[in-house]
Design a protein around this ligand. Structure first.
Ligand code: FB9
Length: 408
């Protein structure tokens, strides 16, 4: 009976093996229960025969399939033995003779080169990477912006003075002396030298009059403008101070000729620090001076400029700056962040700024600004500005930072 068979030791394994080899057959309808019958006259235990081959050192006669079956049943384990034949090479020696790697002038003059062995050149070995300098990501992005301005026909302004007088940083821009941005909590003033003394006094007089009494059609701010306030030295809070100097210089050239200026340099503000703001950043500024420029020209040049950054979908929002009227904040829809992000600020410089400089009636100046850090952090995927600038920067990030392509 099958039930009796199953109770034998290895009965189940034997039964399934015999069935798969068709050595037995089963009759489920036999009287008294399922009975098992012999189906062949004799059987040959192939497994035992194969294992005997292995035992006799003739495992190579087994097929890979047969070997795998035996391995699967853990009846066979395979060990690969590698043997090497070692023989003396042409350079065989029982002592290590150092092979020369350099042919020196002394060897040539003394002739000793004849008795030494030179190591063969290994032309496939990789050269040692020469140590070189590495540009900081900010500098790579600055180069890209500089390239964009240059191909748009802009000339770079002089910005090599971090220290500026309040006159050029604020008064020349028609920013009143009591403006909150001009006090300590927003601006870094210098102790020494505390004051700037060298100004074009005729121009200062016109600025003083424009602030205190008005002029050129403006009613001014009607306050007692003080030279001492304008003389205070500070760390420039924007590169618009450099724009004021450049425009004043332009106004001295007669007759007037249109100009396009740009600047990219550090500015300093005594602001609350956070993950994306430090007390200093690099401001990028573009300025265009010509007869009859309007807000339409400004929108057009902003579209042209930002398109070169890969920013196409611009929106303009009315804003306020002390030195531009009208002013616009510039926004772009960020596909990644799925929201509108501010990409800069812009405006038309006020006549109260331009006319005291001596620029002719009818000349208007449009300008815009943005930071270098924001696009750099976005391009290089940096979320905290302290990973980009400052004493905690990981220099390996600088070494590994790839080239910057702004238009992709
Ligand atoms: O850069 C800014 N955003 C920005 C710029 C480019 C960009 O590129 C993406 C990779 C494609 C992404 C973002 N901003 C100006 C907007 C904000 O980041 C803002 O929160 C921070 N602003 C700085 C000032 O913060 C105290 C950025 C800085 C800024 C703001 C205004 C000006 C310059 C820099 C200006 C100006 C101006 C206006 C009129 C006339 C002349 C100059």
């Amino acid at each position: 009976m099958q039930s009796e068979l199953m109770r034998l030791p290895s009965g189940k394994v034997g039964f399934s093996k015999a069935m798969s080899n068709k050595w037995i057959r089963v009759d489920k309808n036999a009287p008294g229960g399922t009975r098992v019958f012999r189906a062949v006259d004799s059987v040959e235990d192939l497994v035992q025969a194969k294992l005997q081959l292995v035992q006799d050192g003739e495992a190579e006669h087994l097929s890979e399939k047969e070997r795998n079956e035996l391995k699967k049943r853990k009846l066979l384990s395979e060990v690969t033995l590698k043997t090497y034949w070692v023989s003396k090479g042409s350079a065989f020696s029982t002592n290590i003779s150092k092979q020369e790697t350099e042919l020196s002038p002394e060897m040539i003059s003394s002739g000793s080169w004849r008795d030494v062995k030179f190591k063969a050149y290994n032309f496939s070995s990789k050269g040692v990477l020469p140590e070189g300098g590495h540009l900081h990501p900010l500098m790579k992005v600055r180069t890209q912006f500089r390239q964009i301005f240059l191909e748009m026909g802009f000339t770079e302004m002089l910005t090599d003075n971090f220290i500026e007088s309040s006159f050029w940083n604020f008064d020349a821009l028609f920013q009143p002396q009591q403006h909150p941005a001009r006090d300590q909590h927003d601006t870094f003033f210098l102790k020494d030298p505390a004051e700037a003394l060298d100004f074009p006094m005729d121009y200062v007089e016109r600025v003083k009059r424009t602030h205190s009494q008005g002029g050129y059609g403006s009613q001014g701010y009607k306050y007692d403008w003080k030279l001492e306030e304008a003389q205070k030295n500070l760390l420039r809070t924007h590169t618009t101070a450099a724009s004021a100097r450049a425009l004043y210089r332009l106004a001295q050239q007669k007759p007037f000729s249109p100009a396009k200026y740009f600047s990219i340099d550090r500015v300093f503000r005594n602001e609350t620090l956070d993950a994306t703001h430090l007390a200093e950043f690099h401001q990028i500024e573009g300025v265009v001076a010509d007869y009859g420029l309007t807000l339409g020209h400004l929108m057009g040049i902003l579209k042209e400029f930002f398109t070169k950054l890969g920013i196409t979908h611009l929106r303009f929002k009315p804003a306020y700056n002390p030195y531009t009227e009208p002013s616009m904040e510039v926004f772009s829809y960020h596909q990644g962040l799925k929201k509108w992000v501010e990409v800069g600020n812009s405006g038309v410089f006020r006549p109260e700024m331009l006319l005291p400089m001596g620029l002719p009636e009818g000349v208007s100046v449009i300008a815009w600004g943005l930071s270098l850090e924001r696009p750099t952090m976005i391009k290089y995927g940096i979320n905290n500005i302290r990973e980009l600038v400052g004493h905690r920067v990981n220099l390996q990030m600088v070494y590994d930072s790839p080239l910057c392509r702004l238009d992709t």
